[in-house]
Design a protein around this ligand. Structure first.
Ligand SMILES: N[C@@H](CCC(=O)N[C@@H](CS)C(=O)NCC(=O)O)C(=O)O
Length: 110
């Protein structure tokens, strides 16, 4: 499995932009870490946010850049990353259960 993940992720340049918090980025970090996928973090300090806000797709964080393509909205990013690193399930039932974890994490967050 880990060999397969290395093949899938090899060459992908991944950057996660968020505040110095766990918050809405933590599930994304956990997926990347669970799959042993290297990624860069751009941590925006709160005092710098007003200058950077307009550069973000929805003027909010987290934001993901994957091979130069931007993806916004935390749950969308989480689902996208899960698929990319092979954690999104291999059949309909597994995919539903993986999706439920994403939804439940947001319940806990809220
Ligand atoms: N639905 C969005 C909500 C994003 C959101 O509210 N992010 C907060 C941080 S957790 C934010 O960017 N706050 C600063 C602002 O809105 O200016 C998501 O899940 O990504």
């Amino acid at each position: 499995m880990s060999q397969l993940l290395i093949v899938i992720c090899y060459g992908s340049k991944i950057k996660l932009v968020y505040f110095p918090l766990r918050g809405r980025a933590e599930l994304i970090r956990l997926f990347l870490a669970a799959a042993e996928t290297e990624f860069e973090e751009d941590v925006i300090e709160f005092q710098d946010w007003p200058d950077r806000k307009a550069d973000m797709m929805f003027e909010s964080l987290p934001m993901l850049t994957w091979d130069g393509e931007e993806v916004g909205q935390s749950l969308t990013i989480a689902r996208f990353v899960a698929k990319k690193v092979g954690l999104a399930g291999h059949n309909d039932l597994e995919q539903a259960r993986a999706d439920a974890i994403v939804e439940h994490t947001m319940d806990l967050y809220e």
